[in-house]
Design a protein around this ligand. Structure first.
Ligand code: GTP
Ligand code: MG
Length: 319
């Protein structure tokens, strides 16, 4: 691993401490506590995975897969299941290669999600990241529901050193997007990031609003690449999964941002989202500052989750 990557990995390992304590410690005590592989053993594992927010469906699939592997490979020792389980979780999370095409295209990124999940903060962090890559970024404050929302986004725009287009409180979000698209075209921006209001989670409102905004973009900016990111608060566990499902019914989601992964015990929700919905988690939020957004990688995630302190060597072996 390169130095930078190693740093990321360490932060991920430490950010997942509570999740690891929640899921992996429980699992390990099952592996050590059982002397044979029987129904009770599987039941306890199942319970641990569900308690760890991996979701009922993903858990069932993981356990099924484990049972098959145990049978095929004639495994007798509970401890030998550890690696098989890790493999199963990783396989369940597979959504193919995650694309970040919008970063390299002229694009419009929509950021949606319910109240307080971290949409505005994520946009600020993303703007900072793209700016560091020398991209020209414009923010659209399409959350016109509260005046404070625009001000909060303006602070992030200043922090990231990018431009923001806003509207009056109560203005039509589609008109803000219209203005922002005009600005993006005039300034030859690479990426236009649109903040939206959390109250839109009422399905009908959201659908209407998105339709209207999409029409504006289709008409005014037809060549722009489109990305729709749903932001979910990892600390809400199963609620986050339910929200993702709802948004998925209303619009074509291209990716998930899972925020507040720092210090939550519910990081297992990343497994549930990818396994149940097949939508890639593209970024995770690991804190409140501009540098606290990481690209998500399932392999690294599973490695970090099952990381053992005693395996101190940097190349943490075959997980
Ligand atoms: N610890 C932590 N806090 C975060 C993270 N992302 C966002 N927050 C905090 O979550 C709170 C809400 O963030 P906002 O970005 O305002 O959320 P929002 O979705 O825009 O909220 P509304 O506009 O009210 O719907 C703020 O206090 C953020 O600092 C994260 O990854 N980790
Ligand atoms: Mg906001």
């Amino acid at each position: 691993m390169g130095e930078e990557k190693k740093g990321f990995f360490r932060r991920l390992v430490s950010g997942l401490t509570k999740t690891r304590d929640n899921i992996v410690s429980g699992m390990d005590s099952i592996f050590h506590g059982f002397s044979r592989i029987d129904d009770d053993f599987y039941e306890e594992l199942e319970e641990t995975l569900i308690m760890g927010d991996l979701g009922v469906r993903a858990t069932m699939d993981i356990i099924e897969d484990l049972k098959e592997k145990v049978k095929e490979q004639h495994i007798k020792e509970p401890l030998e299941c550890r690696q098989l389980l890790i493999d199963s979780i990783r396989e369940q999370m597979d959504v193919g290669e995650t694309a970040y095409e919008f970063e390299n295209r002229t694009s419009v990124v929509f950021v949606i999600g319910v109240n307080g999940v971290g949409k505005t903060t994520t946009i600020g962090k993303l703007a900072g990241k793209l700016k560091d890559q020398n991209k020209k970024v414009i923010l659209a404050a399409a959350d016109t529901f509260r005046a404070a929302a625009g001000e909060q986004l303006r602070e992030w725009a200043n922090r990231a050193g990018v431009e923001m287009i806003g509207g009056q409180e109560g203005a039509d979000p589609a008109s803000v997007v219209y203005d922002a698209v005009a600005a993006a075209k005039a300034r030859k921006a690479d990426v236009l990031l649109c903040d939206t209001a959390g109250r839109l989670h009422n399905k009908k409102n959201l659908m209407e609003e998105l339709k209207k905004i999409n029409r504006v973009i289709d008409r005014e900016y037809p060549d722009a690449f489109r990305e729709t990111l749903v932001v979910l608060d990892a600390t809400t566990g199963q609620n986050a999964l339910a929200q993702a499902k709802e948004f998925n019914e209303v619009t074509d989601i291209t990716g998930i941002v899972l925020t507040k992964m720092d210090g939550t015990a519910k990081g297992g929700i990343a497994v549930a989202i990818q396994a149940e919905l097949g939508i890639p988690v593209k970024y995770i939020g690991v804190g409140e500052t501009i540098d606290d957004l990481q690209k998500f990688d399932s392999e690294e995630f599973v490695k970090a989750l099952f990381y053992r302190e005693e395996e101190k060597n940097d190349d943490i072996g075959e997980i």
